[in-house]
Every structure is written in structure tokens, then in C-alpha cells.
Design a protein around this ligand. Structure first.
Ligand SMILES: Cc1ncc(COP(=O)(O)O)c(C=O)c1O
Length: 379
């Protein structure tokens, strides 16, 4: 049996989600825009799903729009804010997921008078909030702050409520990529100041290729995709009915079982951390593991002949981990997150281990056994 420790890249589908989706596949083939009975039934499923998502975020149903995933939702937030809300300054960080970072870079290239500023980071990946306040004190440009809630590679988290309050105080828009925390931490848009949030079903045991964006109702933005009146005219294209139903089911389960899943996964994370500390003193941790996202631990190993092909050897031994985000590890270009924190010349080997409630302590024991064998080989 393989051991899957790459849950920050994607999670296995929950059997209850599969059941909800297959039921829709078998019984609801109508186009949700059709006015006949089949169409109306499909529309009802989508609106029920929207209500579920809105309920968990304490949002209005008119503020939730389904998308093809986190990437599209983040592109939409950033590009629409610049296009429609008069944003002329974007403040972000170099450790954002590429779908944010590359969107900001594209906006920078294609928008003449746009100023882009990346906040300084400390050694654990925290953006400098005092610098943010200093920058926001200059009110001359309409500003969007885009800071992810939890970093997908190292787990470092911002205080969503605090950053939101600062943005509100200085009149800036606030977008947070919540793709890694949606379903894992309570998110309340009724009491926090947030302009845009994003979610992706496959990060919380739902299907791939479906996500959503929360857009605060005060922000009047135009459609991102043209060609149809779907999603209240905000995103053209026939909706992914079974994907949306799966997303809502998975999010509902994630929030209903949040406390027990969180305690269990945090226990797994701490068990691995304590075991590493006890047995491998040369291994340290990227980020701030005790305060960061509980679903992952990012190990930092000194470069050596043993760690040369670490991820490959783990894979051969039946254990799936990653070197960073799925895209960077796939193309083996290294981690832009760790480069931003440790610099270009750092040659440490980094390994992200990310958990779900389907993992067990026995799997961690096996991981440690394999790590031990790899690190001792040839010594
Ligand atoms: C922080 C973060 N943002 C955005 C995304 C992109 O989400 P999706 O895979 O749904 O496009 C991911 C997933 O890779 C992520 O971890």
C-alpha cells in the first residue's frame, strides 16, 4: 500500500462526496440554464450548493460564484480588481502561489500605471505587517492587498482578521488566497473585512476542476468570462453541476467535522515533528510549524549524497511527498517560496509532508523507517 503524504497538493475524494456526485451524474443531466424540468432541477442543485458554501462563510448567496478552481478564482479577484475597481497599487508577497504571483506579474506588465510592491519576509515566511501599514498610510493610490491565508509549501499563516482590519482602516481592498485553509479553519466574512476569498474543492476532499470565489457585495465588478449569463452574469459557461454538488458536500463535511479532523491531523503533524527532532537533529523545519497550518510539515535537510534524490527515493519506497508546490516539484525548478526566504544560493533539500484525516500514525512510522534507511545509506 502506498502512503500518500501530499495532501497540500490534492486530497483523496471522500466516499460521501463520490456518492453525492454519482447520484447527480445518474439523475441530473439537464443544462442548469434550460427552463424545462431537467434544467430547473440542475439549477436547484447549484443554488443549494451555493447556499451551503455561503452558510459556512457567513456570506450572502449573491457573493459566492463557482469557478474551475483556485487558480481561476485568484486570477479573477486580482484582474477584476485592477480592471473594475480602479486599483493602481497591488501589495503582495513573493511567496504567494504562482496563480497569484503570475497574475500580479502579468498585471504589472500590461497595466501602465500600476505599482506593485512585495512585502519583506522574515525567515519563517511572515510578511512584514509594519511595512504594510507604512505603505497603506499613503492614500494616493487605490490599493489591493493580496496575501495568502496559509502558504501551501511551508504553512506560514497570516492573521486574516488583523490584516483585514488594517486594510479596512486604510481603505484598501483585501484579497486572500484561502485555497489551503478553506474547510480547515473557520472563515467568517460577516465579522472580518475581506473583499475577495477563494476556494478549491480538491484541497478539502472534493473533486478537481471546481472552486469558488467570494466577492464582497460592495465590490461591483464585471464578468470575468463572457459568453453567457451563468453565475449571475459573472462567469459564462455551463456549470459543472456534479462538481459543484461535490464541492458543497465536501465543504459541508469539512466544516461539520472540522474540530475532530483538526485535532487528529495536528496530532499527526506533531508526532512527526517530535520524532524528527528526537532522531534527526540535523533536520530543521521551514516556516513556523507550531503556529502554521496543521496539515503540513516542511522538512529542511542539509545537502548530502544521501539527500540527493530524496523525493525520488521516497517515491520508490512507496511514499508520496513533495518538494514544494505540485507544479514546481513536477518541473523540478525548485521552490520559489524557499528561494524568496533563503535566497538563490541555498542548497538545502526541502521536503513537504502533508496530511489528511485519512492518514495514520503507522504511516508516519513507516515514513521514518524509510527516511532512516535513505539517510544512513552509504554512511
Ligand atoms: C495556495 C493555493 N492557491 C491556489 C491553488 C490553485 O488551486 P487549483 O488547483 O484549484 O487551481 C493552489 C493549489 O495548487 C494552492 O495551494
Amino acid at each position: 500500500m502506498r502512503i500518500y503524504f501530499d495532501n497540500a497538493a490534492s486530497t483523496p475524494l471522500d466516499p460521501q462526496v463520490i456518492a453525492a456526485m454519482t447520484e447527480v451524474m445518474h439523475t441530473h443531466h439537464g443544462n442548469p440554464s434550460s427552463i424545462h424540468a431537467e434544467g430547473r432541477q440542475a439549477r436547484t442543485l447549484i443554488e443549494q450548493s451555493r447556499r451551503t458554501v455561503a452558510k459556512h462563510l457567513k456570506a450572502s448567496i449573491g457573493e459566492v460564484f463557482f469557478t474551475s478552481g483556485g487558480t481561476e478564482a485568484n486570477n479573477m479577484a486580482l484582474k477584476n480588481a485592477v480592471r473594475d475597481l480602479g486599483v493602481r497599487r497591488v501589495i503582495s508577497s513573493a511567496t504567494e502561489h504562482h496563480c497569484v504571483l503570475h497574475s500580479v506579474q502579468a498585471l504589472d506588465r500590461h497595466t501602465d500605471d500600476l505599482e506593485v510592491i512585495y512585502l519583506q519576509l522574515d525567515g519563517r515566511g511572515y510578511p512584514d505587517i509594519d511595512q504594510l501599514k507604512e505603505l497603506l498610510a499613503d492614500p494616493s493610490k487605490t490599493t489591493l492587498v493580496s496575501l495568502m491565508h496559509a502558504n501551501n509549501e511551508i504553512g506560514t499563516m497570516i492573521d486574516l482578521a488583523r490584516v483585514g482590519a488594517i486594510c479596512q482602516e486604510y481603505g484598501a481592498y483585501f484579497h486572500s488566497d484561502t485555497t489551503q485553509t478553506m474547510g480547515y479553519y473557520p472563515i467568517d466574512v460577516a465579522t472580518n473585512y475581506i473583499s475577495f476569498l477563494t476556494g478549491s474543492a480538491h484541497k478539502f476532499h472534493g473533486p478537481k476542476g471546481v472552486g469558488f470565489i467570494y466577492i464582497n457585495g460592495d465590490n461591483m465588478i464585471s464578468p470575468y468570462l463572457d459568453g453567457g449569463a451563468q453565475e449571475r452574469n459573472m462567469r459564462a459557461g455551463t456549470e459543472n453541476t456534479y462538481g459543484i454538488v461535490g464541492l458543497a458536500k465536501a465543504l459541508d463535511l469539512a466544516y461539520t467535522e472540522q474540530d475532530s479532523r483538526r485535532a487528529y491531523i495536528r496530532h499527526l503533524q506533531q508526532y512527526l515533528k517530535a520524532s524528527i527532532e528526537a532522531e534527526f537533529p540535523a533536520i530543521t523545519f521551514n516556516g513556523d510549524p507550531d503556529k502554521g497550518h496543521y496539515k503540513l510539515l516542511n522538512l529542511r535537510l542539509p545537502a548530502s549524497p544521501q539527500t540527493d534524490l530524496l523525493l525520488f527515493n521516497m517515491d520508490i519506497a512507496g511514499i508520496s511527498v513533495s518538494g514544494g508546490s505540485a507544479c514546481s516539484s513536477g518541473t523540478d525548478t525548485g521552490s520559489h517560496v524557499l528561494r524568496a526566504i533563503h535566497g538563490d544560493t541555498d542548497n538545502a533539500v526541502n521536503m513537504r509532508v502533508s496530511f489528511s484525516h485519512f492518514n495514520t500514525e503507522a504511516e508516519i512510522d513507516r515514513f521514518l523507517e524509510v527516511l532512516r534507511a535513505i539517510l544512513r545509506k552509504g554512511q
